[in-house]
Ligand binder design. Structure first.
Ligand code: UDP
Ligand code: MG
Length: 320
């Protein structure tokens, strides 16, 4: 029997979960497809998220709780949900799809119902695109535009703009994504790796988050930016080599010019300040590119350890 798993990652979302569950249920009442499961990943919340979930689970056997042992971050939470679904279906050759969504009601439950209907009609990959974001923050400003421009310039995989982590993946895509076993995970990049050609895109206006506050700050975004470039491309290393070669050529030309001036024209070479600024410039360039190389080596270090991505336990409604 075909089944839909809705994976909802939640970190400090105690106020939002009851409302979200209710709205999802209402939306499933309007459509014919009924075989669904709500897989909540509690990502080490510090508020009452877990007890709220356990309370809801008592009366709702569709609710599965994956309780992470601590906060591992949104991408890892989604991975934990995905692994759970793959594990559940390992022995049986059933057909299923996964919907990823946030717990803060920025991803409208009505669209989940729309996705399910599209899936029933045969769509295998359904993505969403924000047409407008009331929660205009750093990510949607001029800085945001520059951010995506640089990202897409430096990275080998194209990371589409305004595509939130709100999507439906059919079994085929679930298994593809699940076969990527990198430690450092970024779903948007991984999806681009797999290929987005067959995607159906649903545009939607994202509302403000219902309660609580966003967990992304400047540092998080910085990390995401570095990750999305370095994880999916070695272009920055190539840029470094290219600038190095350019610098060499320039300094050779400069050397010849200096020799020419002092030997042919007998002018003494002065210009201490010029020398100093050129030196500072090239030293900073070297440090910058050492940093880039460091980022890659750091990642190799993390990948070779091959540690488990997370630790968790799955809580089910025992009545079932
Ligand atoms: N989230 C998570 N772990 C984290 C941070 C966030 O599971 O460490 C969840 C969060 O509860 C929400 C979703 O990821 O459901 C998106 O987070 P948030 O709303 O803070 O991001 P924004 O919408 O501002 O991009
Ligand atoms: Mg949000």
């Amino acid at each position: 029997m075909r089944k839909i798993y809705i994976i909802i990652s939640a970190y400090n979302e105690q106020e939002n979960i009851p409302l979200l569950t209710e709205q999802l249920q209402q939306n499933f009442e309007n459509i014919s497809f009924k075989n669904y499961e709500l897989v909540f990943v509690n990502d080490g919340s510090k508020d009452q998220t877990l007890s709220v979930l356990m309370e809801i689970q008592k009366s709702n056997p569709r609710v599965i709780i994956i309780n992470q042992s601590k906060n591992f971050g949104h991408e890892i939470a989604m991975t934990a949900g995905l692994n759970y679904v793959v594990q559940q279906n390992k022995a049986i050759d059933s057909d299923y799809a996964v919907v990823f969504m946030d717990a803060d009601l920025q991803h409208p439950p009505a669209i989940v119902a729309e996705m399910v209907q599209l899936w029933e009609k045969g769509n295998k990959l359904i993505l969403t695109q924000r047409t407008d974001n009331e929660d205009k923050g750093l990510r949607y400003s001029i800085l945001g535009n520059t951010y995506y421009w640089i990202l897409n310039f430096l990275s080998d995989v194209k990371i589409p703009r305004n595509m939130p982590d709100f999507r439906l993946l059919d079994k085929k895509y679930v298994l593809w994504i699940n076969s990527l076993n990198e430690t450092d995970r970024m779903f948007r990049g991984m999806l681009s790796l797999v290929g987005l050609q067959d995607a159906h895109i649903i545009p939607f206006a994202a509302p403000k988050r219902n309660a609580g506050k966003s967990k992304y700050n400047f540092l998080e975004l910085y990390k995401l930016a570095i990750d999305s470039v370095i994880q999916f491309s070695i272009k920055p290393l190539r840029v470094a080599t290219f600038i190095g070669i350019l610098g060499c050529l320039f300094s050779i030309l400069f050397l010849f010019y200096s020799i020419y001036i002092s030997w042919v024209h007998h002018e003494p070479r002065t210009g201490f300040l010029t020398l100093l600024s050129v030196m500072i410039f090239f030293c900073s360039l070297i440090i910058f590119f050492l940093g880039i190389i460091g980022e890659y080596i750091g990642r190799i270090h993390i990948e070779v350890k091959n540690r488990p991505l997370y630790f968790n336990e799955v809580l089910k409604n025992e009545k079932e």
